[in-house]
Structures are given as C-alpha cells and as structure tokens.
Design a protein around this ligand. Structure first.
Ligand SMILES: NC(=O)c1ccc[n+]([C@@H]2O[C@H](COP(=O)([O-])OP(=O)(O)OC[C@H]3O[C@@H](n4cnc5c(N)ncnc54)[C@H](O)[C@@H]3O)[C@@H](O)[C@H]2O)c1
Length: 261
C-alpha cells in the first residue's frame, strides 16, 4: 500500500521509540522520511532510505537550518510529526520538589520544541496551502501527574497549542491540519525508565511497577510503538483531510477510567 506515497514527512524524535516506529511505517507506505533527533538516527535512516538531521528541538536556529535543508532537497514538507520528548526527573518531580531549572528544561523540549517545529514548517506548508502537523501529547494532559508535574503540564500545553495551530492553519482557505495524539502506556525507553523509578521510590520490583501502571488500563496491557504509528499514518495521509484540531487517544481505554495516583 502507498498511503503516503511521495509525501515528505519530518519526524522529530524519529531516532527512538515511537518516533522510530513512525519513521519505519511511513517509509513502508511510500513516504520520504526525514528523521530529526539529538540521538544518532543514521542507521535507521539508511535502513528505510530516508535522511537523518541532527537536531536539538530546543534550538531555534537548529529548526531553521533543518527545515530549510529538507525544503531545499524536496521543495516541500507535507507532514511534521513532533514526537521528541522527555519525561524529566521523576525522583524530584512533584509540585514541591520540582526545581525551576527542571521545569524549564522539560518545557523547553516538550513544549518549546513543538512550538518551534510548527513555526518553522508553517511558511513552507502555506506555499502549497496544505499540510498535516501531528503533535504527540500524552494521556496525562487530561488528568495531570503528581510525580511528573513538568511533564504533564508541558503535554497539556501541547494539547492547547495544537488547537491554536489548527485554527490558524485553516485561515485564508488553507488546509494545514494540526492534531494531537495522546499515548497511554507504550513500550519504549521512556516507560521502562518510569517503571524503574516507580520501583525505586516505592520499594517494589520493576515487574510490580509495570503491573501497577497497567491496572489503570482497561485492556490491561501495554501498547506498542506501532499502535501509535498506525494512527499517525492515518493523520499523515489524505484519508484524514477533513480532520483538524482533534485529540486522539491511543491508550487501551485509559482515558475512560478515573486517574489514581
Ligand atoms: N512511551 C510512552 O508510554 C508515552 C506515553 C505518552 C506520551 N509519550 C510521548 O511520545 C513521544 C515519544 O516518546 P517515546 O516513548 O518514544 O520516548 P523515547 O525516549 O523512546 O524517544 C524520544 C526520542 O526523542 C528524542 N529527543 C529527546 N530530547 C530531544 C531533543 N532535545 N531534541 C531532539 N530529539 C530529542 C530522543 O533522542 C528519542 O529518540 C514523547 O513526546 C513522549 O512524551 C510516550
């Protein structure tokens, strides 16, 4: 199938976890993938026949250079997926223990990085009056997290910012769509780190911490990075041409259940 045939798709955080699954799936469906990441994504780019650009998403100049280089190579950018993100320091992450420096660090990557990516790509999408931006938020944007306040607030910011971009992208008869995706518990480095920290701080084993986190999920199981990638494939494709400003949960039903700490 060629659901995104020849679309130029830039993916921040594309070297790892969910972003890497998106890169593989988009490429297998005919997309031309640009992986943007701090971590080395050259091997993955070679594997899928895409390109790798070293980028720290907090860098305004870095975004301008990277988006400019992709545009010069392909003459357009059809899709931007903002997937780069960090969970922050979970050992000192509650509202009393979070330092201002840590609060700012998490927001600079998760929220500023998403803002800078959208801002950089909008003028390019406006030339063709079309495009799709997908911002990865989190299920915690709905109910916060007592031990990851900077993370959950940054993801709430991504959720609202997405709607502003969606409204802006519909002006002047443009069709630049912007949607947010809210994963639950997905098997990546990030969730393994969260379990390790929960185990440490509550004197449990990592397996117990895993079971604890899955108690909140009606399906009772983890999601895979591919489960998120399939949704993003839809949002990147023209199948979603009438969809903008929407929120999509990929969480085994977690958002239906009251949050417990
Ligand atoms: N895994 C989950 O359960 C889960 C749940 C909800 C939301 N999310 C979100 O999904 C997205 C992907 O997370 P993941 O689980 O794949 O995590 P991950 O740690 O496996 O991957 C994150 C990627 O972002 C990159 N990155 C981090 N900081 C960066 C920076 N400053 N500049 C450029 N790249 C940077 C990393 O190098 C890595 O490749 C994140 O936004 C995360 O908040 C994940």
């Amino acid at each position: 199938m060629d659901r995104v045939r020849d679309k130029v798709v830039a993916i921040s955080g594309g070297a790892g976890g969910i972003g890497a699954a998106i890169a593989r799936l988009i490429s297998s469906e005919g997309g031309k993938v640009a992986i943007l990441d701090l971590a080395d994504g050259r091997d993955l780019a070679r594997e899928i026949g895409g390109d790798f650009y070293a980028l720290d998403v907090t860098s305004e100049a870095g975004w301008a250079d990277t988006i400019g280089a992709i545009d010069r190579k392909h003459g357009r950018i059809d899709v931007l997926v903002n997937a780069a993100g960090i969970e922050g320091d979970l050992q000192a992450g509650n509202p009393e223990t979070t330092s201002l420096a840590e609060w700012r660090r998490v927001h600079s990557i998760n929220l500023d990085g998403t803002f800078l990516g959208c801002r950089a790509v909008l003028p390019i999408m406006k030339r063709r009056k079309a495009g799709s931006i997908v911002n990865i938020s989190s299920i915690v944007s709905y109910f916060g997290s007592p031990n990851a306040v900077a993370y959950s607030t940054s993801k709430g910011g991504v959720q609202t910012f997405t709607k502003s971009v969606a409204r802006y992208g519909a002006r002047d008869s443009n069709r630049i769509r912007c949607n947010s995706v809210h994963p639950g518990v997905i098997r990546t480095r990030m969730i393994r780190n969260i379990w390790a920290e929960t185990a440490r701080s509550t004197n449990r084993t990592v397996a117990e911490a895993e079971r604890l986190s899955l108690r909140m999920v009606p399906f009772g199981t983890l999601g895979e990075p591919e489960d998120v990638a399939f949704l993003i494939l839809y949002l990147a494709s023209d199948e979603s041409r009438y969809v903008t400003g929407s929120e999509f949960q990929v969480d085994g039903g977690w958002h239906l259940v009251e949050a417990r700490s």
